[in-house]
Write a protein that binds this ligand. Structure first.
Ligand SMILES: O=C(CO)COP(=O)(O)O
Length: 215
């Protein structure tokens, strides 16, 4: 299982979380990546943790003020990028172009989607993975893998129907090892989470608890 921690714009210490994630990953052998704010990518990458961007813009080098250029993200040390999110919804054409930008910069990609139908549409664009995250469960601490397991199995089916090489992750409310276990049982090969780590009093302990079933 791949554990991808999205720090969103939470008031956390990205380097402290990155160092903890790097240590927990080294100690357990579990793949853990951290996706900080774009401005924190270099600092996070310097910890040695696998570093992801939260977004890359659907643009090339040029007159695109305010964009997040895929090449700049890769130069800062990112190895992958999220594309689209319930909290920052993109048009299908822009998701497609952002995937093209990520491919140009050799970044691994996870497209976030709200439901299994969107997972199918996103899988058709050829990302490395899609993540199904029901918006109503995001940030609630109620895990999708338990609250609405059909969403995960339906997402796995929807992606496989389009392209069997596209991995399916799940997210929303994931915070414990039990949640991760449940996600794996439903066919997910990774989890995408945020508040369970970024808002934890002790992010290191939260990460240790999360990966415990895999360690
Ligand atoms: O939106 C999410 C990750 O991208 C999930 O957020 P939570 O883990 O806080 O529910």
């Amino acid at each position: 299982m791949f554990v991808l921690v999205n720090l969103k714009a939470y008031p956390c210490d990205p380097v402290e979380i990155a160092e903890a994630a790097a240590d927990v990953s080294d100690e357990t052998g579990v793949r853990i990546a951290v996706a900080p704010q774009a401005a924190h990518l270099s600092a996070v990458a310097e910890t040695g943790v696998e570093t992801w961007a939260q977004h890359v813009s659907p643009v090339e080098h040029g007159s695109h003020t305010g964009s997040t250029l895929a090449e700049a993200v890769a130069d800062a040390g990112a190895e992958g990028t999220l594309i689209n999110h319930s909290e920052a919804r993109r048009k299908l054409a822009d998701i497609d172009a952002s995937l093209g930008a990520a491919e140009r910069a050799d970044l691994e990609t996870v497209v976030c989607a709200n439901n299994p139908d969107q997972v199918g549409a996103a899988a058709a664009l050829g990302p490395d993975a899609v993540a199904v995250e029901p918006p109503e469960l995001i940030g609630t601490g109620t895990p999708v893998s338990k609250a609405d397991p059909d969403i995960v199995t339906d997402a796995v089916e929807a992606a496989a129907a389009v392209d069997e090489s596209v991995d399916v992750f799940c997210g929303a409310g994931i915070s414990t090892g039990d949640d991760l276990d449940a996600a794996a049982d439903l066919g997910a090969t990774g989890v995408l989470l945020a508040s369970g780590v970024a808002k934890a009093d002790d992010p290191r302990a939260a990460l240790e608890d999360l990966v415990e079933p895999l360690a």
